[in-house]
Design a protein around this ligand. Structure first.
Ligand code: HPA
Length: 265
């Protein structure tokens, strides 16, 4: 993907939203879309109507951007994202983040549903992502777009420490940990869960790390949150339905936290 292609998509979105300039970007994970109900909506853009966006795979409708006001700020929320496991190229997975960066976001909030690897985690826990281990092909492989960021970006502060601290002041019951980004679409074997525990993971999912890498490449501070929808080493099988249902239950608490954080940025 070239800078011209990304700029063209950003220009197209600016035209469709009358030059709306979001300050905060929010990516809503599986079952976590209800935050969108809190947005005072100005514009909604289906991904299928955006020039340059990948065409959705068999699942049908990939999602939408919601532009509006939340917590006193101009935001753009992604209800639905592009996953590597759906067959999108790594550069396509991060195109929405690239575009939100060009539209001017100064913070990125990302969320996902994840499996608990840390044995002390329970279903319904909210885990602040303090770091990640990326096992998905890196979206920066290929010619570097120097206008967006450096060839060899630092990742030692992938998740903004001040935002992690802010979250802790607003909700005393949060968990903290390392998110492992795997390709999916399979859930992990028992041995893989043990392996992720051994290498320092606390939660595992199938998204987020590519988007965070792209945001950090562009110098955008990131706050990340995993909703623990199932626990890996419990002996209970993980299903997509369970992930959706548990995500929906925890979404209200995550929404409250995100809104309070955005108010205090
Ligand atoms: N593994 C990977 N991705 C997930 C899981 C899991 O257990 N739960 C929700 N997303």
């Amino acid at each position: 993907m070239t800078l011209e292609q990304i700029r063209k998509t950003a220009t197209h979105i600016r035209e469709k939203t009358n030059g709306f300039e979001p300050e905060v970007g929010i990516i809503l994970g599986s079952g976590l879309g209800s935050l969108a109900d809190r947005i005072d909506v100005a514009y909604t853009l289906n991904y299928s109507e955006i020039t340059g966006f990948p065409v959705s795979t068999v699942e049908g409708h990939a999602g939408q951007f919601i532009f509006g006001r939340l917590g006193g700020r101009r935001v753009v929320a992604m209800q639905g994202r592009f996953h590597y496991y759906e067959g999108y190229a790594p550069t396509e997975v991060v195109l929405p983040v690239r575009v939100m960066g060009l539209l001017g976001i100064r913070f990125l909030f990302v969320s996902n549903a994840a499996g608990g690897v840390n044995p002390s985690f329970a279903v319904g826990d909210l885990m602040v992502i303090t770091d990640h281990i990326n096992l998905i092909p890196n979206p920066l492989v290929g010619r570097n777009i120097d206008e967006l960021g450096p060839r060899f970006p630092d990742m030692s502060d992938a998740y903004d420490v001040a935002l992690v601290e802010l979250a802790g002041r607003l909700d005393a019951g949060l968990r903290y940990g390392v998110y492992v980004g795997g390709t999916g679409p399979t859930f992990e074997t028992t041995a893989e869960y043990r392996y992720f525990q051994t290498i320092g993971g606390d939660a595992v999912g199938m998204s987020t790390t590519p988007e965070v890498i792209a945001a950090r490449h562009m110098g955008i501070p990131v706050f990340g949150m995993s909703v623990i929808t199932n626990v890996g080493l419990s002996g209970v099988k993980s299903t997509h339905e369970e992930v959706q249902a548990e995500g929906a239950k925890a979404a209200a608490r995550m929404t409250r936290l995100f809104v309070e954080m955005i108010e205090k940025l």
